[in-house]
Write a protein that binds this ligand. Structure first.
Ligand code: DAH
Length: 356
């Protein structure tokens, strides 16, 4: 009899649980329910604890019943939990749907400077013709910048107004090697010719891109600008080679069939020297503001290497000859993009720079 009483008392536990379970709507509620029945202080746990106080003859059957209920409750909780979790996940997916029509955020990316773009284009053209690339220091000595290039002491390029001198202490030649005397910022990339020739023996075929400095500032001059120097030295180099290379280069860089003109000129380090003009493509050579009415635009300086320069580096002038050229990058960039004030390149105005 007693057993039956106990059994009835405990079986209501299961019924109560099943009723409560049917009302559960979330995993949070389910966790509370779980704690209330099979948790450390739960009803089932408490019922198991009462077993010890029961008469021995009923303890076995009551214990069995409680344990069966515990298994049933645990299984029911697990099943319900699986169902609820699935429901919650689908609800979350539905509510998290991304509105792909909303405008996105975009990261602002930097771009290449127009001078760098054109510099790279020019380098690529010469590299495709088999030229290698040389570099030299921007802080130079009077020797490399002038003297070894056959630029005499009274040459206007040495004028204090053009050259940025770093040391102006004119030490007398008797006291020190003339090579160490005057330190300056190179006014052109031509000193790289001397450095490269001192280092190697012919044949030579390279370009030397880089920054140069002159104390000058107006709409066509900035104190710092870029040049590309070129030098070819071998045993059988003629003015025809110079013409072919430079004409080919100009067609490629300006991307059209341009008239090209070689005008006699003078540079101390070349003999003969030439300045190269291209037909003005702004006015089809009919004369405009850009070509100053002449139909021609001056684009670079060049010439056959002066034997005096070869002598300076100890090259055999009977055996070797060559040609050299120098191009101003800002000037080419201005012409390519129709920019009329060189200072725009170095003012850092994003409205200007974003256009490239
Ligand atoms: N160095 C000259 C300048 O800055 C440019 C130049 C002219 C370079 C003729 C050369 C050359 O190599 O042959 O004005």
């Amino acid at each position: 009899m007693e057993t039956k009483e106990h059994l009835t008392q405990y079986s209501s536990l299961k019924d109560r649980f099943l009723e409560e379970l049917s009302l559960i709507k979330s995993t949070v509620e389910l966790n509370t329910l779980r704690a209330r029945y099979i948790g450390k202080n739960g009803a089932v746990t408490a019922a198991l604890k009462t077993l010890a106080g029961l008469p021995t003859e009923v303890r076995g059957s009551v214990g069995k019943l409680i344990n069966e209920d515990k298994t049933l409750i645990t299984t029911a909780l697990k099943e319900k939990e699986d169902i609820l979790k699935k429901q919650e996940i689908s609800k979350k997916i539905a509510s998290d749907k991304i509105d792909i029509t909303l405008p996105g955020y975009y990261k602002k990316a930097g771009g290449r400077h127009p001078v760098s773009i054109v510099m790279k284009e020019i380098i690529d053209v010469f590299v495709s013709m088999g030229f290698s690339i040389e570099e030299g220091p921007e802080v130079e000595t009077d020797y490399y910048n002038f003297e070894a290039l056959n630029i005499p002491k009274d040459h206007p390029a040495r004028d204090m107004q053009d050259t940025f001198y770093i040391s102006t202490n004119h030490i007398s030649r008797a006291e020190t090697s003339h090579r160490d005397a005057d330190v300056l910022l190179r006014t052109h990339t031509s000193p790289v010719q001397i450095r490269a020739m001192q280092r190697t023996t012919p044949p030579l075929r390279f370009i030397a891109p880089g920054k140069v400095y002159r104390c000058d500032s107006d709409i066509t001059h900035t104190p710092m600008f870029h040049q590309i120097e070129g030098l070819v030295v071998d045993t059988n180099i003629s003015f025809a080679n110079l013409k072919a290379v430079l004409e080919g280069f100009l067609q490629l860089v300006f991307d059209r069939n341009l008239p090209v003109r070689f005008r006699p000129s003078f540079f101390p380090f070349t003999e003969p020297s030439t300045e190269v003009d291209i037909g003005c493509f702004f006015c089809e050579q009919s004369g405009c503001r850009i070509c100053k009415g002449t139909g021609w635009i001056e684009i670079l300086g060049a010439g056959m290497v002066n034997p005096k320069v070869f002598q300076m580096v100890g090259y055999d002038t009977e055996r070797y000859c060559g040609f050299a050229f120098g191009i101003g990058i800002e000037r080419v960039t201005m012409l390519k993009y129709g920019i009329d004030d060189i200072r725009l390149f170095y003012e850092g105005d994003l409205r200007f720079l974003r256009q490239f």
